[in-house]
Write a protein that binds this ligand. Structure first.
Ligand code: AP5
Length: 213
């Protein structure tokens, strides 16, 4: 099972990817998570990526393509993988195709989560993340039992640097310009399924599961 999750920031890709990867026991490869870890560890990649991420811009293709190429060659990807947030431009999609050809692999399905802009802004500005275990919350729709504290490990929750209303607007502009063309790219390859994601997390997950029936 080799999958791609496409969608605007806040469409719910990460939330659904985590659930599906747990169920199917495949690695969840989120370029956003990998880059944030690199930033936190102040690696060379992290130092190069930080200012792009803080401004809501795409990190240069060659940086991200290298990260994914290396990751796909790890042994756990032999049983399949889910790419979340990659590819994000036509150039990245073409580079991914080249890499998969080289490895003798192909993508089985691409799910595009469509959601309206107001909902994106609501979801992103309300998102909170556990500083220790990375668990995801929302101040209205996925509240922790105790305000600001993770249910799972009792650590503090924080807001991502790029989750401000201003940066969300920029990220949405970038999505429309750079990533929307991927919808047609994968439609033309007969790989795309669209899921309207203005629903509850469980309702969307049921539709995700149906894609594989
Ligand atoms: P990345 O981390 O990939 O961010 P993103 O694509 O903007 O996506 P998000 O994580 O914001 O949203 P999501 O769709 O995963 O939603 P989530 O499930 O978390 O990228 C960050 C940055 O890294 C980029 O801006 C760029 O700079 C760089 N980058 C990453 N990949 C790159 C690439 N390939 N090339 C170049 N640069 C790259 O949900 C959001 C919130 O909503 C949560 O609080 C959640 O609880 C809540 N929620 C989810 N679903 C629902 C629902 N159905 N109903 C109500 N609330 C919901």
């Amino acid at each position: 099972m080799r999958l791609i999750f496409l969608g605007a920031p806040g469409a719910g890709k990460g939330t659904q990817a985590q659930k599906l990867c747990e169920k199917k026991e495949i690695p969840h490869i989120s370029t956003g998570d990998i880059l944030r870890e690199a930033v936190a560890n102040k690696t060379q990649v992290g130092l190069a990526a930080k200012s792009y991420m803080d401004q809501g811009k795409l990190v240069p293709d060659e940086v991200v393509v290298n990260i994914v190429s290396e990751r796909l060659q790890k042994p756990d990807c032999k049983k399949g993988f889910l790419l979340d947030g990659f590819p994000r431009s036509l150039k990245q999609a073409e580079e991914l195709d080249n890499k998969l050809d080289e490895l003798g692999l192909n993508i089985d399905k691409v799910i595009y989560f469509s959601v309206d802009e107001d909902e994106v802004v609501r979801r992103i500005t309300g998102r909170r993340i556990c500083s220790k275990c990375g668990e995801n919350y929302h101040i209205e729709s996925l509240k922790p039992k105790k305000d600001g504290i993770c249910d799972k490990c009792s650590s503090e929750l924080y807001q991502r640097n790029d989750d401000t209303a201003e940066t969300v607007k920029k990220r949405l502009d970038v999505f429309k310009k750079e990533s929307m063309p991927l919808v047609n790219y994968y439609k033309n390859k007969s790989l795309l399924t669209e899921i309207v994601a203005n629903k509850s997390i469980d309702e969307i997950f049921n539709e995700v599961i149906e894609v594989f029936l």
